[in-house]
Design a protein around this ligand. Structure first.
Ligand SMILES: *Cc1c(COP(=O)(O)O)cnc(C)c1O
Length: 491
């Protein structure tokens, strides 16, 4: 299995090389040259644990890794640092099945991929006899940053540098990052939003002068954002897993279709669901849920991607994104792998801040349904789900559930539906506490305790003593200072 760029470069890479590079030299994203088949009757996966299911799925995409290498990565990643015995429990909440992806160290679904990425990357470096240190650059809308920091802290021969929007993350998210320990961790707040952070990081990647300067110092840049194929592929596993869980529980029979709903920001998580479908998992609709920043909703309804619009800070900050990077991969697949066409679309996004896709791509969009929830709807959804069904969801998951309700109303579709539950409610405790009618607290962190008192839901251990932790990373940068900050910390 080789990987190629979405922008047409003819260079093929092994998965190990693609993981090390992160982004292709023509600025495209790596995609597998074909999406592999699951290659086993899915009902045979019944009874396996999460690691065993991962051991079936990952080799299909990462076939240059040996079985032993992948086992090493999988069993070190998905161990007792996940606070749920099943790693990923699938739970019923009213009329949907929630794939709880947030039982890792940082209480958001990013842990699913970022707890294995450091193992994949260090294994890849060994395989490729990489002699440089890898510096991971990451822009975060809140959750990736902390998950990447936890994953890479003190991993030999790596440095991890995270940029987050100063006003664009929740109080808990910010505190998680600025208290990060580890000699190789570097965290910067920037004056700007997530798109600024992401554009800044992409610019650094594309600057050959910076690359030369860092090479002299013995560094090579890579990415922990979902543009790295090493992040995307581990996310396919839990969609396969959720299908197996519904089989085990008798909700579906082998061959029955399911819908998958994903609260979406950078389009990575839902792209993994699309890959699961292409591998052969019976999927009816992929339901793409946005918050008030509903670029993707409009795109799925019109074929026009237009970021000439106001940017909103919402209670689901990890979805406050206008430029969804991974959509580029979908466009590539739907265009019949036309790198030139994708290149043109991406250029017009940069220049005109919009593009319209061809009729051929529009046709392919019918696998998806796009919808959005505004702030009020999100809060109502959390309140109702808790009060009427006793199930606690966070602000992001609530966006997903609300859009699923709209989808059902519009289509009458009764297909069993899984929803990616992407964060613990405690991570957005202030919003969630408000939504279920708890009183106001003077200090944001107190909401964690009041939420616990009301619901009895276990507090993720990473969030328990956060308030007392020492703040280590204090620098706030203008977005123009990102490149020089990188050069400065990589000594
Ligand atoms: C990152 C994130 C999302 C969005 O996922 P994408 O892969 O960027 O689409 C949704 N919810 C939470 C809690 C997240 O951290």
């Amino acid at each position: 299995m080789k990987y190629k760029s979405t922008r047409g470069s003819k260079n093929l890479m092994s998965s190990a090389q693609a993981i090390i590079k992160g982004i292709a030299e023509d600025r495209g994203l790596y995609v597998p040259e074909r999406i592999p088949e699951l290659g086993i009757d899915i009902s045979k996966l019944r009874g396996l644990d999460y690691r065993q299911v991962a051991s079936h799925v990952l080799p299909k995409f990462l076939d240059d890794f040996t079985e032993e290498e992948l086992k090493h990565c999988i069993y070190n990643a998905y161990d007792s640092k996940f606070e749920a015995e099943e790693v990923v429990p699938v739970k019923k909440g009213n009329d949907a099945y929630f794939i709880e992806l947030y039982h890792g160290k940082t209480a958001a679904f990013k842990d699913m991929a970022l707890s294995i990425l450091p193992y994949l990357l260090t294994t890849a470096m060994k395989k490729e006899k990489e002699d440089k240190k890898i510096a991971i650059l990451t822009a975060t809308s809140g959750d990736t940053g902390k998950a990447a920091l936890e994953g890479f802290a003190d991993v030999p021969n790596t440095e991890i540098i995270v940029f987050f929007p100063n006003k664009g993350v929740s109080q808990v998210q910010a505190r998680q990052m600025v208290t990060q320990e580890g000699k190789n961790t570097h965290v910067f707040a920037i004056e700007g939003n997530f798109d600024d952070a992401q554009s800044g990081v992409k610019k650094i990647f594309n600057d050959s002068d910076i690359a030369d300067e860092l090479a002299k110092k013995g560094y090579k840049l890579s990415s922990a954002n979902s543009i790295n194929i090493g992040r995307l592929v581990p996310q396919v596993v839990y969609y396969v897993w959720s299908y197996v869980k519904l089989l085990e529980e008798g909700v579906i029979n082998p061959g029955d279709k399911i819908n998958i709903t994903v609260p979406t920001g950078n389009f990575g998580n839902i792209l993994a669901a699309y890959y699961a479908k292409k591998m052969g998992i019976p999927v009816n609709k992929l339901i793409c849920a946005s918050n008030k920043n509903k670029v993707l909703t409009d795109f799925f309804n019109t074929g026009v991607y237009d970021i000439n619009r106001e940017f909103y800070l919402t209670s689901s900050p990890s979805m406050d994104i206008l430029i969804s990077s991974n959509l580029e991969r979908l466009l590539y697949h739907l265009s019949g792998e036309n790198g030139e066409e994708v290149s043109k679309l991406m250029t017009s996004l940069e220049k005109d801040k919009r593009y319209e896709v061809s009729d051929k791509i529009k046709e392919g969009l019918s696998d998806f349904y796009g919808g959005f929830a505004d702030e009020e709807e999100t809060m109502e959804t959390i309140g109702k789900m808790y009060k009427e069904h006793g199930y606690l969801i966070d602000t992001h998951t609530a966006v997903g559930y609300k859009v699923y309700q709209d989808y059902k109303k519009q289509t009458g579709d009764q297909t069993p539906t899984v929803i990616a539950a992407t964060a613990s409610a405690y991570k957005f405790a202030d919003s969630v506490a408000g939504a279920i009618g708890l009183g106001k607290e003077e200090d944001g962190f107190k909401y964690i305790n009041s939420l616990h008192k009301e619901t009895g839901v276990r507090i993720p251990s990473g969030l328990k003593d956060l308030e007392q932790k020492e703040i280590i990373h204090k620098t706030v940068l203008e977005k123009e200072q990102m490149a020089s900050a990188v050069i400065k910390v990589l000594k």
